[in-house]
Design a protein around this ligand. Structure first.
Ligand SMILES: CC(C)(COP(=O)(O)OP(=O)(O)OC[C@H]1O[C@@H](n2cnc3c(N)ncnc32)[C@H](O)[C@@H]1OP(=O)(O)O)[C@@H](O)C(=O)NCCC(=O)NCCS
Length: 178
């Protein structure tokens, strides 16, 4: 079964990205970049219209291949961040990722979006667990799996991805089983 393209009844709704999101995506990322750069390597460079279009094309291709399912986090129809499910190489497992525009943090949106993605993941056959990976210094990210009852299952160093400025280089892995 394919994952739902739209999740939630509002005001917070997750919806599959569309090509027409290019300008809104670019604008939201650019103004969020100062708070994304300490944690997310993809956000380090210049985020122009081509970068946004490339992301949208990549998410469509990954969705079609069943490799990753990326959603816009919207509130009252406006894009406030992004989240998604992705194969991370662990059998029967999908990994959840998320970011919010800094003007939209502190309201539970990432937690609500993640709870919704857990529900989506477990509609898919063969998915028995979801994981969240974050750097040990990223306490805001840590709050999400903690609030939702995930269990910390591993701490890994060196980290999987290149180190960004906020990070200490220890990946914390959380898991929730079906
Ligand atoms: C990680 C990130 C999405 C977390 O955002 P966040 O706003 O802390 O998380 P939520 O949206 O779930 O909100 C939780 C906060 O809202 C509060 N809150 C208010 N209403 C809430 C509700 N209904 N449900 C849950 N929390 C609620 C919580 O108490 C918490 O505040 P606290 O941190 O002061 O305790 C955000 O910090 C971010 O985008 N960081 C940069 C990118 C990044 O690091 N991404 C993750 C990489 S692993």
């Amino acid at each position: 079964m394919a994952p739902a393209s739209t999740v939630g009844r509002g005001p917070l709704v997750l919806r599959r990205w569309r090509d027409t999101d290019v300008d809104e995506l670019r604008r939201v990322v650019v103004s969020a970049q100062p708070s994304l750069r300490p944690w997310m390597p993809w956000s380090l460079g210049t985020y122009d219209r081509t970068a946004a279009a490339d992301f949208l094309a990549g998410t469509q291709a990954s969705w079609e291949r069943g490799k990753a399912f990326s959603y816009a986090i919207t509130v009252d129809g406006a894009v406030v961040g992004a989240c998604g499910l992705a194969n991370n190489g662990v059998p029967n497992t999908l990994e959840i990722g998320y970011w919010l525009h800094p003007s939209r943090t502190g309201r539970g949106y990432a937690t609500e979006a993640t709870a919704a993605l857990v529900g989506v993941a477990f509609t898919l056959s063969r998915v028995n667990a979801v994981q969240i990976w974050h750097d040990a210094a990223n306490t805001a990210s840590e709050g999400v799996p903690r609030r939702l009852g995930f269990t910390e299952v591993a701490r890994r160093t060196p980290p999987r991805e290149m180190l960004t400025s906020g990070e200490v280089g220890v990946d914390v892995v959380w898991e929730l089983r079906r």
